[in-house]
Design a protein. Structure first.
Length: 324
């Protein structure tokens, strides 16, 4: 028989559909798996990766046997990268989810073979030409234990066995019963398991993703972004659009100690890719971003009133520090 009958009841989740589905979509367990799968599908020989990125991407790509060269960013967050030779690809990160269509088009015009890393831009429209791949990370926007999408014309689901995630999902329930902070180590334990082989998205994650109201989620995030930008934009040293489907609000503020004061006030803003401070010059774009950028949360847990409270706290604590 096709179905089991009887027994206990499972989680009650609405039955909708995933945001990315159908022909040309491959479901994988994490973003770096999707990057490796894209390089394999493209039969790539070499990939240019940005310095300003998580070093787990570099580890995954080199472990898969691809040649890698790093590139720097200019002040507009565009690659400082040579012309691509045959078999070479550029990985371009849509940082914070705020790149506009003009910027993305400029990247594609200058480097014809691009993997668009939209792990920070879940709602960015995919590029469907044969020399573009699109990467999306579910876990950065939705509470799931695994999940990423690789979008490219002609892709199929064949090739990678599905992951299982039920045994790693306790942190999602613990944060409800206790708090996100209490479950933080559990979430790190879940993250550490993605350093192995590439696997497909787990059925449990697919079921959760099919229950999400994506329109409501997107509206909430965009509204929260707009409130933060209205309050903090005049003080932000990073040029940001007035509205965006962003993962975070990227507040760049050259005030030493501000991150620590925010954390003391239970605003948990991580320092992205701190290792770059030991790799690149102190006056580089990447070092400045790593040192001073504050990725302020704006996700669907919060309301515009929460964002106004957060912005007021940031400005209050900013005033207690000294500019670098």
């Amino acid at each position: 028989m096709k179905h089991e009958f009887g027994g206990y009841l499972p989680l009650e989740l609405p039955r909708g559909r995933e945001l990315y589905t159908g022909e040309g979509v491959m479901r994988l367990n994490c973003g770096r798996s999707a990057i490796v799968a894209a390089l394999r599908n493209a039969d790539a020989k070499k990939v240019y990766l940005p310095y300003y990125n998580c070093n787990t991407v570099y580890d995954a790509v080199t472990r898969a046997g691809f040649s890698v060269e790093h590139y720097r960013l200019d002040e507009d967050r565009l690659p400082v990268c040579p012309t691509l030779a045959d078999g070479e690809w550029l990985l371009y990160v849509n940082y914070f989810g705020i790149a506009d269509e003009d910027m993305l088009s400029e990247v594609k015009n200058r480097w014809p073979r691009v993997i668009f890393d939209n792990t920070q831009a879940f709602f960015a429209e995919p590029k469907w030409d044969r020399n573009s791949y699109n990467i999306y990370s579910c876990r950065k926007f939705i509470g799931v234990p695994d999940g990423a999408y690789l979008v490219h014309t002609g892709l199929t689901e064949e090739g990678y066995p599905a992951d299982t995630s039920w045994q790693h999902a306790a942190f999602l329930f613990r944060c409800i019963d206790e708090s996100v902070n209490e479950a933080y180590q559990d979430s790190l334990d879940n993250e550490s398991r993605f350093d192995g082989e590439i696997r497909g998205m787990s059925p449990s994650t697919r079921r959760i993703l099919a229950s999400v109201n994506y329109d409501a989620l997107r509206r909430c995030r965009r509204a929260n972004y707009e409130v933060l930008h209205a309050a903090l934009g005049p003080y932000n040293e990073l040029a940001c659009p007035a509205s965006a489907d962003a993962m975070v609000y990227p507040f760049l503020c050259s005030v030493d100690g501000l991150r620590g004061r925010l954390i003391q006030n239970k605003v948990y803003v991580s320092q992205w890719w701190k290792y770059l401070l030991d790799v690149l010059p102190a006056d580089s774009v990447e070092s400045r971003l790593s040192r001073y950028l504050l990725p302020l949360p704006l996700d669907q847990r919060y309301t515009p009133d929460d964002m106004r409270e957060l912005a007021a706290l940031v400005l209050q604590l900013k005033g207690k520090g000294e500019s670098a």
